[in-house]
Design a binder for this molecule. Sequence first.
Ligand SMILES: [Mn+2]
Length: 406
Amino acid sequence: MWLGFCLCVAAAIAPAEFAARRASLEKQLDATLVLFGKTEAGEELDGFHQEPNFYYLTGWSEPGAAVLFTHTGATLFLPAHNEARERYTGRHASAEDAGVRERTGFDNVLPLGRFESELAKALETSEKLYALPDDTHTAALKSLAPLRTVQDAAPLITDLRVKKSPSEIEAIQHSTDVSLAAHRVAWKTIAPGLYEYQLAAVMSETVIDKGCERWAYAPIIGSGPNGAVLHYAENRRRMESGELVVMDVAGECAGYASDITRTLPANGHYTPRQREIYNVVLGAQQAAAAAVVAGKSMLTGHGPDSLYQVAYDYINTHGKDLHGEPLGKYFIHGLGHRVGLEVHDVGAGPLDKGDVFTLEPGIYIPEEKIGVRIEDILMLDENGKLVNLTADLPHTAEDVEAAMRP
Ligand SMILES: [Mn+2]
């Protein structure tokens, strides 16, 4: 089931799986639900990226579409052809195209011009209307259904999105394998005197060369003092010998994100103090991983079920700062989050079977110009067993040093 080192292009999610997701939603839906895909505004400059909830349920990645769920099933609405626009952004499908049902995987495909009348028809027999709270379309929906309260569709879709299917896990594993390969290249490249962006450049080459569409998030390569800045993404600084480099970098392939961080010594050798802090962070990550209980553990909050608490307690009872104070106050962010179509994916409840998530403790001591973060992606399999999707990238300080050697 695991792709392992195979960096072949990720298999896209099959149309039947998108149809099954819609069926799952319909089963629990006693109402009308509408979703709007992204429009093509900005597409020419930034590339088009579909709204994730819309993509999750439709698999449709062309602009300007809408989907309507009623008690009789789902209908996809596509904009009409616009020859002038298509000269710029290419040919898009429209409802009158031959073979559009096969191409979209929807039995019902209608022109977008029919959306209003179909919605009105659905609302004749449906009390509730669900949609995503989205500024652009909420106003339009209110005028189409003035007597209805539009309820938030997000929780219904989140319930489905949080549990990853085998093919989604395969997709995340693929993005992860490509990102691991990018890290390995950077580890061999890193050297005092290089600029942070030069590491981003070599990593980018691997990610794009393996067929991935884009970064899962802006790459963070923070050397020295920048390592203590959590979302540092300028990547403009020259790395010096004796400094640490926090590398929080991953790609997105076939729509699914990865998210990986390691912290390396620029010259290939941790100082004793850097190693000490590194080992505290690694110990905290291992303690949190060992404490995971399916159906129970929380990534956030405090208390006996909180993995954050486990990591915090570990950090706060191991090592000291320059003033003899415990290190807990230097762990200044959350322990982790779900990963999926979005790098910070939906889902906030206890971790359960099928969940894919990060564990990423960190210690940031600006006074010592030390920032260490270690981030892995894990999943809970069908038996509630923890599987590390990032197991192949070295974790211990010694293994990192060994992997950096030419
Ligand atoms: Mn993360």
